[in-house]
Design a protein around this ligand. Structure first.
Ligand code: GAR
Length: 204
């Protein structure tokens, strides 16, 4: 079966959404391994409670990316678990060279804004501060930039006058949990093609 690996740093709600869609039969993939740079990440608990290998790998001395020797360990571990597609689900570090050597074009991410607006951290706060009326979430391929890779799927979320960062992020996450499993399913079924910056989805 098509095998994915999930990398998460935080609470793991996207991992949970992926697991739910596997268990419902909608998503016919296997999660080979869940990796985290944070030993407290609830994603590790979620994985273990579903019988999925869950491993903390020390990130090393930098804050925003993995120390290169450590990055090699992440990639090795993914390969050892036969991972074909790497899914970043709230993994808060920039992916670097060692990943692209092995998984170029096979890494995807969920980002909490309508890219290319509001790249980087806490994109829902950036959207509120800017005053946009609509924001949302984006599933995209990961390239060597920050949140710049070809866009696979997006969903729109209106910004309400009484939104706080928390309420807006929560509504964005509801959409993330819908579109991320759909994007993974499309890739697993071989329906996604990259043409330059555009991602073409073969709907049959
Ligand atoms: C999600 O909202 C995801 O879009 C965001 O982190 C959250 C993780 O939530 N990712 C980024 O901001 C990446 N730049 P989760 O741990 O509940 O899945």
């Amino acid at each position: 079966m098509f095998t994915i690996g999930v990398l998460a740093s935080g609470k793991g709600s996207n991992l949970q959404a992926i697991i739910n869609q596997i268990e419902s039969g909608f998503l016919k993939v296997k999660i080979g391994v869940v990796l985290s740079d944070n030993p407290q990440s609830y994603a590790l608990e979620i994985a273990r409670s579903h019988g999925i290998s869950a491993i903390f790998i020390e990130p090393g001395k930098y804050k925003t990316f993995l120390q290169p020797e450590q990055e090699v360990k992440y990639v090795k571990c993914l390969e050892e678990h036969n991972v074909e597609l790497v899914c970043l689900a709230g993994f808060m570090r920039v992916i670097k060279k060692n990943f692209f050597n092995s998984y170029s074009g096979r890494i995807i991410n969920i980002h909490p804004s309508l890219l290319p607006s509001f790249r980087g951290l806490e994109a829902w706060k950036q959207a509120l501060q800017y005053g946009v009326k609509f924001t949302g979430c984006t599933v995209h391929f990961v390239d060597e930039g920050i949140d710049t890779g070809p866009i696979i799927l997006q969903a729109v979320v209106p910004v309400l006058d009484n939104d706080t960062p928390e309420t807006l992020h929560q509504r964005i996450q509801e959409k993330e949990h819908i579109i991320y499993p759909i994007a993974i399913k499309l890739i697993a079924e071989g329906k996604v093609k990259i043409e330059g910056r555009r991602v073409i989805i073969d709907e049959d």
